[in-house]
Design a protein. Structure first.
Length: 268
């Protein structure tokens, strides 16, 4: 997710320099969340369920309120990264109407997809794609392509036609995002995407890890839902598993897809 860069966000780009929430703002938060232990995550879950509102009722103390919101945000991201999206949802919902609304927007949109609330996720990413944050907007546009493929119920030919039409209306400036868009438009290749990642000027391991995670997620999604080549998707997930950034919010989705494909192939 951006690391988001948000690559997220934290992406200097979701979640790097630029996946997706304000990188400079999300990076320290995600790094904190990655340090949470299992017991801390469990405690955070209980906190979100029972004590969050009391914590944030400190309107007279902006610093205390900001700290409380930061804690809720870190706990929500930690819950998502640790496979507890329902608990994460509670934290995101609480923060959407607060001063943290901008920071929480991208991880919240991803969380909705994790929960299979695809229509709501589409709406959230549509708003992000119209935003002023260049990298976040481009990242959100890629998610719109993924969500279209993931939820398509018509023919494969009609899907490819729609994706080709959609990619034409989006503007991508990052080479790796351009390569992903070309793949969804039916004109590119997985190899071109990973070549673009390798050619990134950023040298930060975190930025590279976010970019690899993003590339794996969107490429795997194309292979599964557009090309309908589950074997190729599984091989990709297995090939890149050790290079994925564990603090990128795409990773839980990749892990889930990998487990599903392995279980399906085991039954065959």
């Amino acid at each position: 997710m951006k690391n988001m860069t948000y690559g997220i966000y934290l992406r200097n780009p979701l979640i790097s320099a630029a996946r997706a929430i304000s990188t400079s703002a999300l990076l320290p938060l995600l790094m904190l969340s990655s340090l949470l232990t299992f017991s801390q995550v469990a405690a955070a879950d209980t906190q979100v369920k029972t004590g969050v509102h009391e914590q944030t009722e400190v309107a007279g103390d902006p610093a205390a309120r900001h700290l409380a919101y930061s804690t809720v945000f870190n706990d929500a991201v930690a819950n998502d990264l640790n496979g507890n999206p329902q608990a994460a949802r509670q934290g995101y919902d609480l923060l959407l109407g607060t001063e943290f609304a901008g920071q929480v927007a991208t991880p919240s949109a991803i969380n909705l997809a994790v929960l299979n609330r695809f229509d709501e996720s589409k709406t959230a990413f549509r708003h992000l794609a119209d935003g002023k944050n260049t990298q976040e907007a481009q990242y959100a546009s890629l998610w719109q392509l993924w969500l279209t493929a993931r939820t398509w119920t018509g023919s494969s030919t009609a899907l490819q036609k729609q994706l080709t039409k959609d990619t034409a209306k989006y503007h991508f400036t990052y080479p790796r995002y351009q390569a992903i868009a070309r793949l969804y438009a039916g004109k590119g290749s997985p190899d071109a995407i990973f070549s673009a990642v390798k050619s990134m000027p950023e040298t930060s391991p975190l930025a590279k890890g976010d970019a690899v995670t993003e590339a794996t997620f969107f490429t795997g999604g194309y292979l599964q839902y557009v090309a309908h080549n589950n074997n190729a998707a599984q091989k990709l997930y297995e090939r890149e598993k050790n290079a994925l950034n564990r603090t990128s919010l795409e990773k839980p989705l990749i892990d889930k897809a990998t487990a599903t494909l392995l279980a399906t192939n085991h039954k065959l």
